[in-house]
Write a protein of this length. Structure first.
Length: 317
């Protein structure tokens, strides 16, 4: 009997670990954060958050709609639903009171989402030039330049940038191969390889700068982008994805550029926009960025081509 109890306990613990592993850590944190906000709303109004009912969800979405984007409302709905599923409760997120309310909110607010600005070539070069002008150790300059250039050159998400290990790199005659073990849209770790060719202009070349960074840092294994301690001593601790955002915003500010509307996603969207403007087709852009659908890539292409074949050009005034 004791053996059976022990086996069941182990199976229970392993099942819980499997459930947690089915989602990325960032996703789980987002679920918890979103559900906490819903819980606070329920507590304030004397409502039960778990299990809840469609009417309460609809009230919460109306409450959120005053200061939040449609995308935020949809994400909160997914989070609340997922927490219910993980706790063994059923929640009908397709109930008419939720669906119709969302449609009404969308009509009132509009569905156009104003995203963060892409980091285009002119700003990318300004950032690299500003880094080169800083009166600091060369080791820090090379790390920061490599982060920005690799992030842009590979169309990386910021979480992917800081997840790169030395073992994921392969320098070949054509350039640099980087293996991405797992990403936001690759939860099962099938992986993908990105190829970054050498640039003629070595100042802005991702592969060249990364090679110099690895040489000066003497990193031979583990994370390639690491934190410095006091005195610019390199540690073995991996940078956080937030570090990528802070670095970019810091150098944008030093370059005299308003940095409020830039985010970690600006490197990725910047690559896609510049590639589209240069004539790359959606398939080749998706092969680099890892997008699974064409919706967002086509948006980048539309924005890049907004002044190409513009109908107003045909009007003579």
């Amino acid at each position: 009997m004791n053996e059976l109890t022990t086996d069941l306990k182990l199976l229970h613990e392993e099942t819980l670990n499997n459930l947690k592993s089915s989602k990325a850590n960032n996703t789980l944190r987002a679920y918890k954060s979103d559900f906490k906000d819903f819980g606070d709303f329920c507590a304030k109004h004397g409502l039960n958050p778990l299990p809840t009912e469609p009417k309460i969800i609809s009230l919460y979405l109306t409450h959120l709609s005053k200061n939040s984007k449609i995308s935020t409302l949809r994400r909160r709905l997914v989070s609340i639903s997922m927490v219910h599923r993980l706790k063994g409760h059923y929640l009908d997120t397709k109930h008419p009171i939720i669906v119709e309310n969302l449609m009404g909110i969308r009509r009132v607010k509009g569905s156009i989402q104003k995203g963060k600005k892409p980091l285009l070539i002119n700003y990318l070069k300004l950032i690299i030039n500003v880094i080169n002008e800083q009166k600091t150790e060369e080791i820090k300059k090379l790390r920061d330049k490599s982060i920005i250039l690799i992030g842009f050159g590979g169309g990386f998400r910021r979480s992917e940038i800081i997840s790169i290990d030395h073992e994921d790199l392969e320098f070949v005659s054509e350039g640099l191969k980087i293996t991405i073990k797992r990403s936001k849209t690759d939860q099962f770790g099938e992986g993908m390889i990105k190829g970054l060719p050498y640039f003629d202009n070595k100042i802005y070349c991702p592969a060249t700068n990364l090679k110099k960074w690895l040489e000066i840092s003497k990193i031979k294994s583990g994370p390639i982008f690491r934190r410095f301690s006091k005195g610019l001593l390199l540690t073995d601790k991996r940078l956080t994805d937030q570090s990528v955002v802070l670095l970019m915003k810091e150098y944008l500010k030093l370059a005299g550029i308003e940095n409020k509307n830039f985010s970690g996603h600006s490197l990725r969207s910047g690559f896609a926009t510049v590639a589209a403007d240069s004539g790359a087709d959606e398939r080749s852009i998706m092969a680099m960025t890892g997008h699974k659908t064409t919706q967002m890539v086509r948006r980048y292409i539309r924005e890049a081509n907004i002044f190409k074949n513009n109908a107003l050009d045909k009007i003579k005034i």
